[in-house]
Design a protein around this ligand. Structure first.
Ligand code: BG6
Length: 477
């Protein structure tokens, strides 16, 4: 019998995104991105769902403008990540750093140079690079001009950007992901697709038209990346998390199936190369008529992805009984009901380590493609001690529990390319804009109002993760 084990070249690593880490929001010619008009704290959620109102307001403080200033600290940060032993580093390229208005005739050379240097630094440490091409940061100018991804012009602009970065960074990037958490378009349409209308005013037609353009973007990105560098791998990325029916009532099970369809719809197309029949039936029933150019379907079919990347924070639970649906759980932009069997994080997200293994099996059963966990972690309110560290045993326990389940999944036959912890260095929370919601193994001295020295300190989890990587996860075998 074949033994399923953690491969020797398993990509242990960490992940960040440009918009939550880089800062330098107008430095060296960068244009504004979707997130640059979003405030922190309580007002952020309203702004995300009412972006045109947010654009007219002056919030005073905008967390993405400086973030953790990774733009100027990347050398120090990568040195720390290298010390931790990271083998794979995930970041995103800020589209507006390369094309400040999204549709400029020429790319911004200073922006391109920043990533030249960043990737050279990764190479120096022997780290593989995984790049997300669009992580919640469509250039603001495109949003204002076209209303976001439901307009096909945005796809054309994206393709020009993809050609530019795939050519410039050929041989430097091992893994590409065209769109971060592509299914988020349905839940946070402004972040996911730069859709300018208030979220509750958007029609299914507009959202699925934007989805079609992002699916085309993905297929074309596969084509372009492979033309430039046949050895690179391109994946889709799903905001994952198994959906449990709240009870064995057939109605609950059907509701879970419907949520699954909504979630898998995107990557079904990216992996298989065609729209699934359940989606076509849904479109007919809801009078959604996708506008396609001649040749679109052939492009989708010809350029499917190599691997399935996903973020995992929690499972979700759905119910149809009104008494139960009243008990909503907090979560990563998804609605779900409270699962009484799970604990919750400081931010109310339910913690379900076993759900990670369930998710792995479900994804592999469905697609038989290698999987890659590109985000997993615990957002918590850390306290810096007098010794300038953080005793984050709770974070270690979270990762341990998830890694244990991941390794069990591997041993049960699910092929995994790697595990990247989200926000390996503290960064701005995407949902709340807070600095206080920390995920990192490295603490960054900055608070919710933007005050702090930006100094970096190792947390207790730093040494723990270093040991996990050094021993290739032996303790979980
Ligand atoms: C994912 C995003 O949805 O969740 C990240 O890809 C985000 O950008 C992460 O940071 C965690 O969410 P939050 O709201 O805690 O930052």
């Amino acid at each position: 019998m074949e033994q399923y084990q953690i491969p020797n070249d398993f990509a242990w690593g960490g992940a960040i995104s440009a918009n939550q880490a880089e800062g330098a929001f107008q430095t060296d010619g960068k244009g504004l991105s979707a997130v640059d008009i979003l405030p922190a704290g309580k007002e952020r959620s309203y702004a995300i769902f009412h972006p045109s109102e947010a654009m007219k307001k002056d919030y005073g403080y905008y967390p993405s403008h400086e973030a953790i200033d990774f733009y100027h600290h990347y050398k120090e940060d990568l040195a720390l990540l290298a010390e931790m032993g990271i083998k794979c580093f995930r970041t995103s390229i800020s589209w507006a750093r390369i094309f400040p208005n999204g549709d400029d005739a020429e790319p911004n050379e200073a922006g391109l140079q920043f990533y030249d240097e960043l990737f050279a630094e990764c190479e120096r440490y022997g780290m593989d690079v995984l790049v997300t091409m669009n992580h919640f940061d469509t250039p603001l100018a495109l949003i204002q001009k076209y209303g976001g991804w439901s307009d096909r012009h945005v796809l054309d602009c994206f393709v020009r950007y993809v050609k530019t970065i795939c050519h410039r960074y050929r041989g430097k990037v091992k893994y590409w992901i065209p769109v971060n958490e592509i299914n988020m378009l349905m839940h946070v349409p402004y972040l996911g697709g730069g859709l300018l209308k208030d979220a509750d005013q958007l029609t299914l037609q507009e959202k699925y038209q934007a989805a079609h353009h992002q699916l085309m973007a993905s297929a074309l990105a596969v084509k372009i990346a492979k033309q430039e560098d046949p050895s690179c791998q391109v994946g889709c990325m799903l905001a994952a998390g198994s959906i449990y029916p709240y009870s064995c009532r057939p109605d609950d099970v059907l509701a879970a199936l419907a949520s699954d369809h909504e979630t898998y719809f995107f990557i079904d197309v990216q992996v298989r190369g065609y729209y699934p029949s359940y989606a076509k039936a849904f479109f007919m029933e809801n009078e959604v008529y996708l506008e396609m150019n001649p040749g679109d379907e052939e492009i989708l079919a010809a350029h499917t992805v190599d691997f399935i990347a996903f973020s995992y924070y929690s499972s979700r639970c759905v119910a149809t009984d009104a008494e139960v649906t009243g008990k909503q759980a907090e979560g990563n932009a998804f609605l779900g009901v409270h699962n009484p069997y799970l604990e919750t994080s400081d931010w109310g997200w339910q913690i379900d380590a076993k759900g990670l293994r369930i998710t792995m099996h479900q994804l592999y059963d469905r697609y038989q493609k290698p999987l890659f966990i590109v985000e997993n972690g615990l957002g918590a309110a850390d306290e810096l001690t007098a010794e300038k560290t953080v005793e984050d045993d709770y974070r270690i326990a979270y990762h341990e529990a998830h890694l244990k389940e991941m390794v069990r999944g591997i041993k049960e036959g699910v092929p995994m390319l790697g595990y990247l912890s989200w926000g390996c260095i503290d960064l701005i929370s995407s949902g709340s804009g807070e600095m206080k919601k920390r995920y990192g193994f490295i603490y960054v001295d900055k608070d919710n109002n933007g005050n702090g020295t930006l100094r970096r300190y190792k947390k207790k989890s730093f040494g723990w993760y270093q040991h996990v990587i050094e021993t290739n996860g032996a303790e979980f075998l």
